[in-house]
Design a protein. Sequence first.
Length: 591
Amino acid sequence: MATFIGVSASPDSAAHTHMAAEALRKVAADHGHTVKIECQGPNETSAPLEDKDLASADLVILALDKEIDQSRFSDLAVYEVTTSRAITDTAKVLNEALLAAGLPATIRYDQQKEETVSTSETSKKRIVAVTSCPTGIAHTFMAADALKKKGAAAGHDIKVETQGSVGAKDQLSAEDIAAADVVIISADTHVDESRFAGKPIYRTTVGAAVKDAAGVIQSAFTDAETTATPQNSGMQSVAEAKAAMQAKRSGPYKHLLTGVSYMLPVVVAGGLLIALSFIFGIEAFKEEGTLAAALMTIGGGSAFKLMVPVLAGFIAFSIADRPGLTPGLIGGLMAVDLGAGFLGGIVAGFLAGYVALWLRDNIKLPSTLEGLKPVLILPLLSTLVVGLTMIYVVGEPVRFINESLTAMLQGMGQTNAVLLGLVLGAMMAFDMGGPVNKAAYAFSVGLLSSSTFAPMAAVMAAGMTPPLGLALATFVAKNRFDQDEREAGKAAAVLGLSFITEGAIPYAAKDPLRVIPSIMVGSALTGALSMFFASGLRAPHGGVFVLAIPNAVSNLPMYILSILIGTVVTAAILIAVKRPISDTPVAAPAE
């Protein structure tokens, strides 16, 4: 076997320098050769060759995109290629180098011959994997290639998702995950494992997969830990129903809800902190240095200022993955500064996402410059386009629309207010966490930053009513519900009190023609009553728990009455339209 030494050098890309070196090291080592490669990146040199390396070498292989001093190799056989060829055609390059040095070519081209895990020892398995390194450039893809290569060589079916700096590629579908025997997470960054619940998961680093993919695969079969599958319950049935609904979402609606879902924790935290500041009095925060002022600064000054940028950033992230995040966040912050508010943030998010997506898919660079694309070119160009568009095209018209809408709502008469509450209430119950529900909620949340609190009160009250009404019906009229539904009623009560409308989903999925109209009537009535009583809510979430905060809800007694009336009406209609289970016709037994 031969002893290789070499140099990998690229003036522009540290990624290509190290990828070429790793490829040469790995393939040569797989075939029994000894190899050491010096990496001369744009900023530093790693693994430098020493005199003893030169003395023991049979040949030198140079993977270069620039001129280097080769005088130290004057007494050795030298073979030179580009870094790109060393990465993409490694086996052939090594064979050519051996032949140039007068040595036999021993590198096999057929990957199927590179078996390190015998299919006779391990039956064919289905493997899914995720690779991700902090920069998402070199090692992410090297680890993926190594796992694919060794998995296929061992006769297994393997699919690898790469979470790189330009977004996720070869994304795993629900079907891929369901069919998998084992999941390999080869990552040095956080990877969301929630979609792998119930599957054996083996966690390792990208470096381990690059250096010994066969060993990683073998360890995955023996050392993987099976993630817990939650026990079935009323809560779990709600979670399953929500997951099924989310799986059906696509297109712009999916992107909007992604932004809303990431925005919600920011809004809830900020809103509740603002509400807590009112414990000391509605005007207490105006006195500098007080705890009320500090709470208002955290909630209103910081959290609420982040609300729109987070919304825009994750709308863009949903569209274009990582490249969309930077222009989306910046565009959202510009929407705030330009007075375009919540509507401006939505526009900025979609604009940033589609601009970043187009740039990502249409900018083609030489392989030596590819590493600059995710960290310099895409963020710069997409942010420039989004920023200029927000300033010169979008900002002023959307600001006008936003201010006009706010003024209209604040000046609305009681009749119109009741009508708005009726519509918002019905929307909250229509699909219980779906697009219509989220549209009503997002509309109300967006008005909080402009001190319009009545729609938020109507929406939360109407969102609490469906699960509360169903829980009450299962308690009062047990003969209308089976044992599982009665047990789920306890969970529905908790969810309703917490303002989680999705607690009604299992009932609606089982009997939509009776349940959905019933809860819509109850929620519409609740929303209308809340607006009629001029109740206002300064916190965007919290259910009954926020009601205990002084001054968080205006006209609190009538607000509670609105929820109670809607709950009772919902339960009454359900009891009226659902037949007792014992009265359900049963087929006569066969004679």
